[in-house]
Design a protein around this ligand. Structure first.
Ligand SMILES: *[C@@H]1O[C@H](CO)[C@@H](O)[C@H](O)[C@H]1NC(C)=O
Ligand SMILES: *[C@@H]1O[C@H](CO)[C@@H](O)[C@H](O)[C@H]1NC(C)=O
Ligand SMILES: *[C@@H]1O[C@H](CO)[C@@H](O)[C@H](O)[C@H]1NC(C)=O
Ligand SMILES: *[C@@H]1O[C@H](CO)[C@@H](O)[C@H](O)[C@H]1NC(C)=O
Ligand SMILES: *[C@@H]1O[C@H](CO)[C@@H](O)[C@H](O)[C@H]1NC(C)=O
Ligand SMILES: *[C@@H]1O[C@H](CO)[C@@H](O)[C@H](O)[C@H]1NC(C)=O
Length: 418
C-alpha cells in the first residue's frame, strides 16, 4: 500500500511544475511530543541531564564553527576532515553521557521513506543538517529510532560521508541519502540527510532537523525548509515556535496571529556565521542593564542560556546570594526565594522577560533552598560576548524566524507561561 499522502503529493507535484503555490496556506503545524527540561517533575534540578546537554550543545557549536570555516573557505572536505578539535575537558565525564532520549528537548515526529519510518527529531535553529541514526552497521544506534534504507523504495545513496567531529573522540558519522520526508502529511521529495552509523557522545537524540542557514550545512544540499519552499508546500520560508503549553509546536510557512497579542518586534539577523543571530543585545536583571552590545544566537536545540564563562560569572556577581555550583559546567545557584527578574532587550526595544519560573531550573536538592539559574557559563569558542539563547528564553514568547527577510520576530504570548 502507498502511504495515504502519496496520491495527494503526486497531484501537488503536478501543480508545482506549473509554478502555482499548492501548499498549506495556514502553515504546517508540527506539535512537540514531550516538553523536556533540566528540571525534574518534582522541582529538583536534573544535574545529569544538564551536563549531558552542556556537552552536546558545546560540541554542536564547536563543530558548526569548523563547518562554517570549511564552507566559507571552500577547502575540500578531506582537508576539513583533518581539522582537530581541542579535546574538551567535558569529555572526562563520559560515563554521564547516557540518558533517555525522551528526557530532554522538544522532539517532534517526521517520517522518512516510502515505508514511513518515524523519527522524533529535534527542530534545531542551532544547526543546519538533517540527520538520524542508521539501522544498518551501527552498534551505537541501539535504543534509538534508526533509518533502514533497504526498506524504502525512494531511498538513494549519495556519495560522501557526513561527519560531525567533536573533541575527545566523540563523533557522529555515516552515509548520506536522499529520500522522501513526510512533514505533517506533506511529502518533501529528494531531501538530503545523513543516517549515522557511529554516534559516540550523542546521548538522548534520535535525530536532528537543522533550521539554521545553509552556510552551516555539511551536506552541501538544500536544507529541509528550502525544499519545503521549492516544492511549494509553504508560501514563504518562515517558521514560528511556541514552546509554552498548551499545544507547544513549530509552524512552518506561516505565523498564527491568534497566539500573540500586539505587534511583532522584528529585528534583522546577522547571518555572517550562519546562525539566527542578533547583535545589540542587553541582559537585564531587574532594571539594571548588566551587559549591552551582546551578540545573541538563538538555539531552539538547548534548554539553557549559555554565555561566556567570565560574563556569566559577572552576571551572577550582580545577583544577591548567588554562588558557583559547578565550575566545569558554569552552573550557579541563587536563593529559591529570590529568583532574579531577568530580561533580554535588543537595541532599545522591549525588555523580553525570562519569567522567574523559566529562569529557575530547580532546587539543587530537596530542602536546600538553593536553585540553579538557567544562565550557564561555557566558552564555545565564539568570543567573549557571544551568547546562545535557548528555550528558557524562547518559552516566554512567540518567536518567528524568516529566511525570506532575514528577520527574527518576538511577540507576547496570549497564554504566557507562569
Ligand atoms: C520515548 O518515547 C517514545 C514515544 O513516546 C517511546 O516509544 C519510547 O519507548 C521512549 N523511549 C524510552 C527510552 O523511554
Ligand atoms: C509511523 O507513524 C504513523 C502514524 O502514527 C503510522 O501510521 C506508521 O505506521 C508509522 N510507521 C512505521 C514504519 O511504524
Ligand atoms: C525493514 O523491513 C524488515 C523486514 O521487511 C522489518 O523486519 C524491519 O522492521 C524494517 N525496518 C524498519 C526500520 O522499518
Ligand atoms: C535531488 O537533489 C540533489 C541535491 O540537491 C540534486 O543534485 C538532484 O538533481 C535532485 N534530484 C531530483 C530528481 O530532483
Ligand atoms: C555580525 O556577527 C559577527 C560575528 O559575531 C560580528 O563579528 C560582526 O560584527 C556582526 N556584524 C554586524 C554588522 O553587527
Ligand atoms: C492579551 O489580550 C487579551 C485581550 O485584549 C487580554 O485579555 C490578555 O490579558 C492579553 N494577554 C497578555 C499576556 O498580554
Amino acid at each position: 500500500m502507498f502511504p495515504k499522502t502519496t496520491l495527494a503529493s503526486l497531484a501537488l507535484s503536478l501543480f508545482a511544475v506549473e509554478g502555482a503555490y499548492v501548499g498549506a496556506r495556514s502553515g504546517i503545524l508540527i506539535p512537540f511530543e514531550s516538553p523536556g527540561t533540566s528540571t525534574r517533575d518534582n522541582g529538583i534540578f536534573d544535574y545529569r541531564q544538564a551536563i549531558v546537554e552542556a556537552h552536546y550543545t558545546r560540541n554542536k557549536h564547536l563543530d558548526n564553527l569548523i563547518t562554517f570555516d570549511c564552507n566559507a573557505r571552500r577547502i575540500t572536505s578531506d582537508e576539513c576532515a583533518d581539522v582537530e578539535l581541542p579535546s574538551a575537558p567535558f569529555f572526562k565525564r563520559q560515563g554521564l553521557l547516557l540518558a533517555n532520549p525522551n528526557d530532554s528537548q522538544y522532539p517532534a515526529v517526521i517520517s522518512i521513506g516510502s515505508d514511513s519510518q518515524n523519527f522524533t527529531v529535534i527542530f534545531d535553529t542551532g544547526s543546519s543538517d538533517l540527520w538520524v541514526s542508521n539501522a544498518n552497521g551501527c552498534d551505537d544506534c541501539k535504543g534509538y529510532q534508526a533509518y533502514n534504507s533497504a526498506n524504502s523504495s525512494s531511498s538513494h545513496a549519495v556519495d560522501g560521508t557526513f561527519k560531525i567531529q567533536y573533541g575527545g573522540g566523540a563523533t557522529a558519522s555515516g552515509p548520506i541519502f536522499t529520500d522522501t520526508v513526510d512533514l505533517g502529511g506533506w511529502l518533501v521529495v529528494n531531501q538530503t540527510f545523513a543516517a549515522v552509523t557511529q554516534r559516540t557522545g550523542f546521548p538522548y537524540i534520535n535525530g536532528v532537523l537543522g533550521m539554521a542557514y545553509p552556510s552551516l550545512s555539511k551536506l552541501g544540499a538544500p536544507p529541509f525548509i528550502q525544499n519545503l519552499l521549492a516544492q511549494k508546500f509553504i508560501p514563504t520560508d518562515e517558521f514560528a515556535f511556541k514552546f509554552s503549553p498548551p499545544n507547544p509546536h513549530t509552524l512552518f510557512g506561516a505565523i498564527n496571529p491568534g497566539l500573540f497579542n500586539g505587534s511583532i518586534e522584528y529585528r534583522t539577523v546577522n547571518t555572517s556565521l550562519g546562525y539566527w543571530q542578533l547583535g545589540g543585545g542587553s541582559l537585564l536583571s531587574g532594571s539594571d542593564v548588566v551587559f549591552s552590545g551582546l551578540e545573541t544566537i538563538f538555539d531552539t536545540g538547548t534548554d539553557f542560556i549559555y554565555g561566556p564563562a567570565d560574563q556569566v560569572k559577572a552576571f551572577y556577581d550582580h545577583i544577591a546570594g548567588s554562588q558557583l555550583y559547578d565550575g566545569t559546567y558554569g552552573l550557579y545557584t541563587i536563593p529559591c526565594s529570590a529568583i532574579p527578574q531577568v530580561a533580554f532587550q535588543w537595541d532599545g526595544g522591549a525588555a523580553w522577560k525570562v519569567t522567574q519560573t523559566s529562569f529557575n531550573l530547580g532546587e539543587t536538592q530537596s530542602g536546600s533552598g538553593q536553585c540553579i539559574g538557567a544562565i550557564a557559563g561555557s566558552d564555545f569558542g565564539f568570543g567573549n560576548n557571544v551568547w546562545f539563547v535557548g528555550r528558557r528564553f524562547l518559552i516566554n514568547i512567540y518567536s518567528i524566524f524568516s529566511f525570506a527577510n532575514n528577520l527574527i520576530g518576538f511577540a507576547t504570548l496570549k497564554d504566557p507561561p507562569p
